[in-house]
Structure formats: C-alpha cells, structure tokens
Design a protein around this ligand. Structure first.
Ligand code: HEM
Ligand SMILES: [Cu+2]
Length: 476
C-alpha cells in the first residue's frame, strides 16, 4: 500500500473541522436545552443560533467532504493546490461574515433563508445583506472548487470515461475507480445546485437594489434545488470515500462494473428531480411535479443505496476485516445512511408527508444520515489518514469507547426527534406551548444524549488529534 504525503491544505481542513464541529454541536445542545425549558435568559438567541447551527453544519460537512475527497482522489488525479488555498480563504471569509450577521445582527431566517423572510425579520437590513454576502462568498468559492476538481478529473479521463460509459458498453479499460465515478456524478450535480444558488442570490440582490419583488414559488424552487441537492451530494462525496477505503480494510478490491456504472448514471438522472418533495405543501405547484417528486425520491434510493450497501456487505462478508477507529466508523456510517434514508423515503411519501411535514421527523431523518452518516464517513477518513501517516500503535479500548459513546449518543438523540415527530411536535419551536408540553421531555433527553455523543467525539479527537500533531510536527 502506498502512502502519499498529505498537503498542508488537507491538514488545515482537518483542523478546521475539528474546531468548528464540536462548537456547532454545543450550539445544537443549547437548542435542545432551550426547548426543554432550560436557560430562560438566553431564549432570544434560539433562532439566530439555530441559523448558525444549520448553515454552519451544512457548510462544514460540505467542505470537509470535499477536502477528504480531494485528498483521497489525489492518488488518481491532480487537483490544483492554488484552488485548495482559495477554497480555504473563501470559506474562512464566509464564516467570518456569517458570525458577524448572527452575533452582531441577530440574523435568524433559518439555514435556507426562505424568501421573503430575510427581508421581513426583526433584524436590521445590514444583517440580511451580510448574510447574503456570506452565502455569495461561500457559494462562489465552492463553485470554483467543484469546477477545479472536475477539471482535474477531466485532465485524466474523458467525460464518457469518468461516467463509466465504457463499462456500460461492456469494456473495462481504462479502469475507473468507483470513487472517481461517484465524485464526477456528485460534482456535476453540485455545479447545477450552486448555479441555482447564484440565480437565487442575484434575485435577492435585485430586490435589495431595485425594489423588484420576486415570485415566491420560483424562489422556493430555486432554494430547494440548491439546498436539497447540495446536502444530498455531500452524502455522495462521503460514499465515494467508502468505496475507496473499505477495500483497504477488507483486503479485497471494489471495482467499477456494469451494475455500479448503471446505478451511478441513474443517480445523475434522478438526483436533480428529488427536491420537489420540499414543495408538497405548495398547492400552486403543478401536480405533475409533485408526482415526479415522490417517484424521484423513491427511485434515487435504489441505485445508490441498495447497490452500495449490498456491495459493501459482499465486500466484507467472510473476510478478515481489519477493524480500527477508521474502518468501524466508515462501516457504521452505511447503517446511518440507510436508517436516515428510510426516514427520508417515508417523509417523501405524499400521504405520510401530510402528517410529517415540518414536524421534528424532518430534522430526525436528516440528522441521522448526516451525523451518523456523513460525519462518521469523513471523521473515519480523517482518522484513517492521520493513522496512515504516523502508524502509531492503536489503543483498541479507547477507540471502542469513543465509538460506543458516539453511537449511543447519536441514536438516542435521533430517537427523541423521531418520537416527537411521530407525535406531531413541530420543528423550529423555541419553546413548546401547553398543548405540546411533552415535547420538552424529549428535548431534555435529547440534550443528554447529544452530550454523550460529544463526549465520545472528544475521545475520538484525542486519538486523532495526537496523530495529526505528529504529522504537523514530526520531531515530537
Ligand atoms: C449532536 C449534534 C447535533 C445536535 C445536538 C443538533 C441539534 C439540532 C437542533 C436541536 C435543531 C433544531 C431542531 C428544530 O427544528 O426544532 C437542529 C437543526 C438543524 N441541524 Fe442539527 N444538531 C446536531 C448535528 C447536526 C449536523 C451534523 C448537521 C449537519 C448538516 C446538522 C444540521 C442541522 C440543520 C440543517 C438544522 C435545521 C436548521 C433550520 O431549521 O434552519 N445538525 N439541530
Ligand atoms: Cu430533500
């Protein structure tokens, strides 16, 4: 097995993720504590901090997944180091603007800032403008970053090769690692999503500068085409890591074949239409699009999830799997992805959505595949990488304890969201009214579970941070 050097950008991204994620998790625990009736003096911070938590988490895991994939794919292609530095600088600038609008301006329109809320809140207009500028800097930076990774892939493979069309035609030369195929599919869709974000932001600026109002239905479609798709792709970037890493631990190759090629090409066709499931309550949206939303949501689950999960099970069946903190997290991440995915498919069913829309069922399912899916995949990769570079002896019992605390904490936390959602507790309520007083009990238990998760993460951090430090300062 060859070990490539890690670029300094990769080491920075790992550090940034390790700093921002526990802070944003603590913000999440704060939100559940307020919902449980605690911290009465700080209740007015619920919505600004919910906005920071949502945008922050979505952003951190998008960049962390991009950084991890760029690092891993640098074995096959050459992403530009300059673009890596621009991505870092742009992301830090965007985060700084975000902190200003939340803490100085109390901007609180939620992570997808649904039009026209940014213009209607209690916050000053400069706060809304600063937020939109933050989104512009982040969106533009990530668009360039995604385009650069696609450029790097295109420098080695033609488009039809990168999409594995030669496998569909029955050939397997040149050999294409599945991670490159999945990244290509994800980034093509990411570019579409980010462009939709650009159009959305331009329409916001037009209203600010010229006073021309936009069509709210158009704005909502643009918002979810951008938001749903970007979040969905973050997951697929994580899956690209899984395809490349599990074989290292299972000692067997996981190659592109006709089934893998077909399924990821189907994903490319379907992924752009699933977002319609966010529009079910918009009765003026044409009915046919609602039907497409349900069909595409179901269809997108089959190729990616079923093929990947069966593939992973076949790969690891009756093999001498090498288990450590990295491979355990990556394997468990597939379970989180599948469980959250089932929650999502239930919610995307129109007859169920009528009940579950905007209840805590929604954060329940996306926290499952994010926290127990993407986060596990990416931190699994970060551990793997730091371990590969240092080869320090691994402490089995500390690693097991870290995983155990994270799993118990995360799934307990999700269960409280699912139960409350099933009992119709709405999402985004800072304080539950008397009719929903039972919601506060779930919130209190959830805060305790989330704190358990954080404890496990800190143990993980001790294990991985030690190795990261050794890479950065080899003499010590
Ligand atoms: C243990 C870690 C976490 C805790 C304790 C936590 C907690 C929370 C809570 C309490 C809410 C508000 C729920 C409501 O609507 O009433 C929330 C919303 C949200 N969380 Fe998390 N969360 C965690 C991890 C994550 C991760 C990893 C992501 C990754 C994307 C994430 C993304 C979001 C988003 C997008 C929202 C919606 C914000 C909005 O409605 O505008 N969270 N979280
Ligand atoms: Cu969605």
């Amino acid at each position: 097995m060859t070990t490539t050097r890690a670029s300094s950008e990769t080491l920075y991204w790992i550090a940034i993720t390790f700093v921002l994620f526990p802070i944003l998790t603590a913000v999440g625990i704060f939100l559940r504590t307020v919902q449980a009736g605690g911290l009465p003096g700080l209740q007015s911070w619920f919505y600004p901090l919910m906005t920071l938590h949502g945008v922050g988490m979505v952003g951190v895991w998008y960049v962390a997944a991009m950084a991890a994939v760029s690092d891993r794919l640098s074995r096959y292609v050459s992403p530009s180091p300059l673009m890596g530095r621009i991505a870092l600088a742009g992301t830090l600038l965007g985060v700084a603007l975000l902190l200003v609008c939340v803490f100085a301006g109390r901007f609180a329109a939620g992570w997808y800032f649904l039009y026209p809320l940014p213009f209607k809140g209690e916050w000053p207009q400069w706060a809304a403008v600063t937020f939109l500028l933050a989104m512009t800097v982040l969106g533009a930076t990530w668009l360039l970053w995604s385009l650069d990774l696609l450029r790097a892939i295109a420098a080695r493979y033609s488009l039809s090769q990168a999409l594995a069309w030669h496998y569909l035609a029955g050939r397997s030369e040149p050999e294409l690692p599945p991670a490159v195929l999945i990244t290509t599919v994800s980034l093509i869709a990411a570019v579409a999503a980010l462009l939709s974000g650009v159009v959305l932001l331009v329409l916001f600026y037009v209203e600010l500068l010229a006073g021309t109002a936009s069509d709210p239905l158009l704005m909502k479609n643009l918002t979810f085409f951008f938001g749903h798709t970007l979040v969905n792709l973050t997951l697929y970037l994580g899956i690209a890591l899984v395809y490349d890493l599990l074989p290292v631990y299972a000692g067997r190759p996981w190659k592109t074949n006709r089934i893998v090629a077909t399924s990821w090409n189907c994903v490319l066709l379907i992924v752009l239409f699933a977002y319609f499931h966010h529009m079910y309550m918009d009765f003026v949206q044409p009915g046919a699009l609602q039907a497409i939303g349900q069909i595409a949501s179901y269809a997108s689950a089959i190729p990616a999830a079923v093929v990947t999960i069966f593939g992973a099970l076949l790969l690891t069946y009756r093999t001498r799997m090498r288990w450590n903190l990295g491979s355990t997290l990556i394997f468990l991440a597939l379970a989180g992805w599948a469980i959250g995915g089932v929650g999502a498919v239930i919610d995307s069913t129109i007859s169920a959505n009528v009940r579950l829309h905007n209840t805590l069922w929604v954060p329940a399912h996306f926290h499952t595949y994010f926290l127990a899916g993407v986060v596990f995949m990416v931190i699994g990769y970060f551990y793997h990488r730091c371990q590969e570079l240092t080869d320090l002896p691994e402490n089995r019992s500390v690693q097991r304890l870290a995983v155990l605390l994270m799993v118990i904490g995360a799934y307990g936390f999700f269960a409280m969201f699912y139960l409350a959602g099933a009992y119709s507790v709405p999402r985004r309520y800072a304080i539950y009214p008397a009719e929903l007083a039972f919601g506060a009990k779930y919130a209190g238990a959830a805060a305790a579970f989330a704190a358990t998760f954080l404890l496990g993460f800190i143990l993980y951090l001790a294990e991985t941070g030690k190795r990261w430090l050794r890479v950065v300062r080899p003499g010590q």
